[in-house]
Design a protein around this ligand. Sequence first.
Ligand SMILES: Cc1cc2nc3c(=O)[nH]c(=O)nc-3n(C[C@H](O)[C@H](O)[C@H](O)COP(=O)(O)OP(=O)(O)OC[C@H]3O[C@@H](n4cnc5c(N)ncnc54)[C@H](O)[C@@H]3O)c2cc1C
Length: 367
Amino acid sequence: MNACPRDAIAATLDEDGFLLPVVDEKRCVDCGLCERVCAATQPPELAAPSAANLFVHNDRDVLRNSTSGGAFTALSDCALAQNGAVVGAMMDEKLAIRHAVAESTGQRDRMRGSLYVQSDPNFVYRDVKALLEKGRFVLFVGTPCQVYGLKRFLNRKYDNLILVDFLCHGVPSASLLRAHIAWLEKLYRRQAKSYSFRSKKFGWRPAAIEEIVFQDGSRKSALPVQAYNKFFHNNVSLRASCLTCPFRRAERCSDLTVGDFWGVAKICGEKLRRGASLVLVNSPEGESFLKRASQAGRLKNVPIEKILYRVAPPKPRVKGDRDAFWKLYREQGYPALVANYAKRSKKERILYYWKRLVKIMIAKLLG
Ligand SMILES: Cc1cc2nc3c(=O)[nH]c(=O)nc-3n(C[C@H](O)[C@H](O)[C@H](O)COP(=O)(O)OP(=O)(O)OC[C@H]3O[C@@H](n4cnc5c(N)ncnc54)[C@H](O)[C@@H]3O)c2cc1C
């Protein structure tokens, strides 16, 4: 879509709300450029990471507002400090998730936090190219497939570009998230202003504390039925292509890879309750950029063989019938999914609340 010289390709939503390209045959001149640049038709060009690091940002506010250890903020601050632009995913006023360009810390702050849904890149690759051609420095963050897509689109190396991907579990559809928020709005009879997938209200762990802020300023967190989260972790709501993702491996297509440093206590012997980032170095350019950016926090080298199990997880196993899940969503809507796939028995509910309460109390006690 970004590469087409005739603007003959549009991104449309399929019946489950996933973005799909559709070619306007009347405009298409059969030049074949889209097929040559398409990341889905080319085997990925990947490189093994040369180093793995633990990173924790120095600023507690940054840690609170970041999903992991604030690596993204450190990297993007470094890019902005050299009059660069940061390109990443954000939630807009309509609660839609899309890629955008940030040229100030205020705009960048809107990109903080993991959005566990497919971000719409729209024409942002063209914006990236225009910035690079003007000589501006660009830091691009996205899923591994989005990073590889940008690489294919640019089709040449730029010294003023740093690519960052993350350890990606996969993405649910944008319309499923919209339906989840609408369901919460109905449940609380209030209109949503913003939604966070992983609030750090109770610390980095427990990780799945969703939070919704309403237009009247009230907020709810640790919601009773973590339906969206459950669908995500059961892999049933993921895009079909995520289930056979060719990027789900130790070798990477970016300069740097970020992720949650789960298991940090075991591997590094440190208890980091406010969050910790795992940062993989995949290129010499990534290495020197990380060195500069890491002044904002603490960077510690970790033996790479110790974290390989995290970086290249096994193929996701779908718990439940994926086809039946989406069929039900199409035919009866989100409330039916909650009733059928996220419902807990009374015993399960009581156990769930007790476990959650204990976890939250422990997190609070340990600060
Ligand atoms: C869909 C998804 C799946 C993930 N799966 C895993 C996983 O399985 N294991 C793991 O260790 N880490 C995973 N992560 C990464 C992790 O959740 C954090 O995003 C990462 O560690 C960065 O955290 P941070 O503290 O550095 O900064 P944060 O401020 O939290 O970083 C946010 C950055 O991620 C980008 N981003 C957020 N949502 C999206 C999106 N939907 N599409 C593209 N870019 C986005 C933003 O542009 C920003 O650059 C996933 C992230 C996403 C978005």
